[in-house]
Design a protein around this ligand. Structure first.
Ligand SMILES: *Cc1c(COP(=O)(O)O)cnc(C)c1O
Length: 428
């Protein structure tokens, strides 16, 4: 494939945008080479500036669960745009999407809309701190909750005491309030809770981790977290920015039958426009301004174009009673195909999957937390990524990413992908 135009555009972009991109993972740093520039997308396919077509397994990192340029979403945005693109006043549609989300997701009475998953998680921990009147939070190594300061934390040398910043610009003062536990490791949580007794506002977790590959929770792990929270007056926050409206109508909470206290959304809920949201029972949500003391605001929050896209997306998911089943079946089909190919080519691998989230790790040991996810062979992944790109299959340019399956993928597309993997596997 030729990437001439993409390379030229990247050179131009680098002059005026740091690294040429507005979000780091797009830059292909983990896999080498220069990013391909998108021109358009439709259904299961994305087309680049050189006219190449790819079967898309990123789907804008999740939002396009029904495929690109999904007509009801596109039409809703076009019609709304004609009426004005932002008012800074409440609109009827905000109540409609709020009511629909509350109907779809278990255990929430009220929801507030923001502009990104980052904002949703940032606001959720502020709300948890305001509500519990405690400062500290526990997060899990390898879970991603956006780029706000409190989450850019790695385990400190004395992990039991507090974390340390993993980006310059995050202060030690902020880092000391974020404690790092290990995913799927209850003992690490109990140690932190005991060492910081009475000081913890919230435990925040991706109920199915998707930012270190796909890592499902071990049996009983979330249930036990729920109990630890209840016993200690800690709020449990499920970050469902990736899993919400993807794993089930009501997200991971519905699928895994564990109820959080606060849940955050992004990605699918905006149908491809910038939307995030956080929700909880009324007693907690009413702590927010203007009703309560916890401040949170946004000039473009609840933006009519974004709400129109989100509402059209949620309506489509609500009406189609078999969509999540179909997504899971397609993903399982892909999993079985990849297993067959990699096994017959004697490549060491582990595949993790839950519903429509799947990841391929180039290591034969089980992957259940950040440490085990880090053991994958990155050189093999790089070859795998570029090989697939060359075959017209676009997966995320990082070994730590989940593949996002969309319902626009046909079984022909999946077979094409498995054939492409067969070709690439011979070169690994
Ligand atoms: C993508 C993601 C975020 C951040 O959302 P942005 O819209 O990129 O700010 C937060 N949490 C999880 C689990 C995510 O996957």
């Amino acid at each position: 494939m030729l990437y001439k135009r993409s390379s030229e555009l990247f050179c131009e972009a680098e002059k005026v945008i740091p690294g040429g991109v507005n979000s780091p993972v797009r830059a292909f740093k983990a896999v080498g080479g220069t990013p391909i520039f998108a021109k358009s997308a439709k259904g299961a396919y994305v087309f680049d500036e050189d006219g190449n077509r790819y079967i898309d397994y990123i789907n804008s990192w999740g939002p396009m669960v029904l495929g690109h340029a999904y007509p009801p979403v596109v039409n809703a945005v076009i019609e709304k745009a004609k009426l004005g693109t932002s008012f800074g006043m409440p609109t009827e549609m905000e109540t409609q999407i709020a009511s629909l989300a509350i109907k779809m997701v278990p255990g929430i009475d009220k929801i507030r809309f923001v502009n990104s998953g980052t904002e949703a998680c940032m606001s959720a921990i502020r709300l948890a701190r305001g509500y519990t009147k405690k400062d500290k939070i526990i997060k899990f190594a390898g879970c991603y909750h956006g780029h706000s300061d409190s989450f850019l934390i790695q385990a400190g040398s004395g992990a039991v005491t507090f974390g340390s910043p993993n980006s310059p610009g995050v202060t030690k003062g902020t880092a000391k309030d974020t404690l790092l536990a290990k995913y799927n490791d209850l003992e690490s949580v109990n140690t932190l809770v005991n060492a910081n007794f009475g000081e913890i506002a919230a435990i925040i977790i991706e109920p199915v981790a998707g930012n270190m590959g796909c890592i499902p929770p071990k049996e009983g792990f979330l249930e036990e977290l729920r109990q630890i929270c209840d016993k200690n007056g800690i709020l449990l926050i499920f970050d469902e920015v990736m899993t919400g409206f993807r794993l089930a109508r009501g997200g991971a909470q519905e699928l895994l039958k564990v109820q959080s206290d606060i849940v955050t959304f992004g990605k699918v809920i905006g149908g491809g426009l910038p939307v995030g949201a956080f929700a909880a029972r009324a007693e907690i949500m009413d702590y927010l301004a203007p009703l309560g003391p916890v401040y949170q605001a946004g000039t473009l929050s609840g933006n009519p174009l974004a709400m129109a896209a989100g509402l059209a997306m949620l309506n489509a998911l609500e009406e189609d009673t078999s969509v999540f089943q179909r997504l899971a079946e397609k993903t399982l089909y892909l999993e079985n195909g990849i297993r067959k190919v990699l096994t017959s080519n004697e490549i060491s691998y582990t595949i993790n999957r839950l519903g429509s989230m799947i990841s391929v790790h180039f290591d034969s040991n089980p992957v259940y937390d950040f440490q085990t996810a880090s053991k994958g062979d990155n050189e093999t992944f790089k070859k795998f990524f570029h090989g697939l790109l060359e075959q017209g299959v676009y997966i995320a340019p990082s070994a730590y990413e989940t593949w996002f399956i969309s319902d626009a993928l046909t079984y022909e597309d999946l077979d094409f992908t498995i054939d492409a993997i067969e070709k690439v596997a011979k070169t690994l």
